[in-house]
Design a protein around this ligand. Structure first.
Ligand code: PLP
Length: 256
């Protein structure tokens, strides 16, 4: 069981490539990587970003896919339109399931996706996406909507499906209420996943970890719906057992 993550490196170890690899390992999947950018980062914020060249991103992806039997791929921080074009070019030639976490802005407010790259994400990568996992602010950017309630969530999900995504997981963590409710939509249906809301500031990397868990379960052969449900259990446990390390938004706990 082998998965590939195409994402940014987080020197603080809570998000990005590091979160993905820890999650893959925890769930019994061999993790491979293609790094889009390096961040100098800790629990207090992103202090610097170094983007790799399009040629070197392509070289990393080709090196992995030409040698390993990869069963699922995820993307995280993609940063630029040019890097997204490279990934879309590769994915067009593949039938490996693709999970896209449309990472845009870090909790500290730093941009992890250039504004002009949003259009490329929507037109080039989402049509090739099996599962997209936006949080509410990301769904707002993708759809141009303002999301207040469950009706808005449903309408936004339908718009995202229209971009060509097969399943969309609308993460409700940014909405208010006693429960954290994620809603999964596809062309013919939907279901809710409801867990008690956990009050913690240690949420750095939760989005990366959730999408990595979905990817790991897909690589293990679970169905799309089972993979999403199992990943929700994993991330709820992770958020419920904070490590409380660092001085800011602490990293997600990746121990299962
Ligand atoms: N840094 C990298 C490299 C990431 O991929 C992500 C993912 O969303 C983040 C930072 C954001 O982390 P946070 O959960 O703190 O917003």
């Amino acid at each position: 069981m082998i998965a590939l993550t195409i994402a940014g490196s987080d020197s603080g170890g809570g998000a990005g490539i590091q979160a993905d690899l820890k999650t893959f390992q925890e769930l019994g999947v061999f993790g491979t990587t293609a790094i889009t950018s390096l961040t100098a980062q800790n629990t207090l914020g992103v202090h610097g970003i170094f983007e790799v060249t399009t040629e070197f991103l392509k070289q990393q992806i080709d090196a992995v896919l030409s040698d390993f039997n990869v069963q699922a791929i995820k993307t995280g921080m993609l940063f630029s339109a040019e890097l997204i074009e490279v990934i879309a070019g590769v994915m067009k030639m593949q039938s490996i399931p693709l999970v896209v976490d449309p990472v845009m802005i870090a909790k500290g407010g730093e941009s992890l996706l250039k504004e002009e790259a949003v259009a490329t994400l929507k037109t080039k990568l989402l049509p090739l996406t099996t599962i997209c996992t936006p949080n509410i602010p990301e769904a707002e950017v993708l759809t141009g909507m303002t999301i207040h309630d469950e009706q808005d969530v449903e309408q936004a999900a339908k718009k995202i499906l229209e971009f060509g995504v097969k399943y969309v997981v609308m993460k409700g963590g940014h909405l208010h209420g006693e429960f954290s409710i994620d809603t999964v939509y596809w062309k013919d249906g939907y279901f809710f996943m409801k867990t008690p809301r956990v009050q913690t500031k240690d949420t750095h990397g939760t989005g990366c970890t959730f999408s990595a868990a979905i990817t790991a379960h897909l690589a293990k052969g679970l169905s799309i719906e089972e993979a999403i449900i199992e990943a929700k259990k994993f991330i709820h446990l992770a958020i419920s057992t904070p490590l409380s390390i660092g001085n800011g938004h602490g990293p997600t706990n990746h121990f299962a």
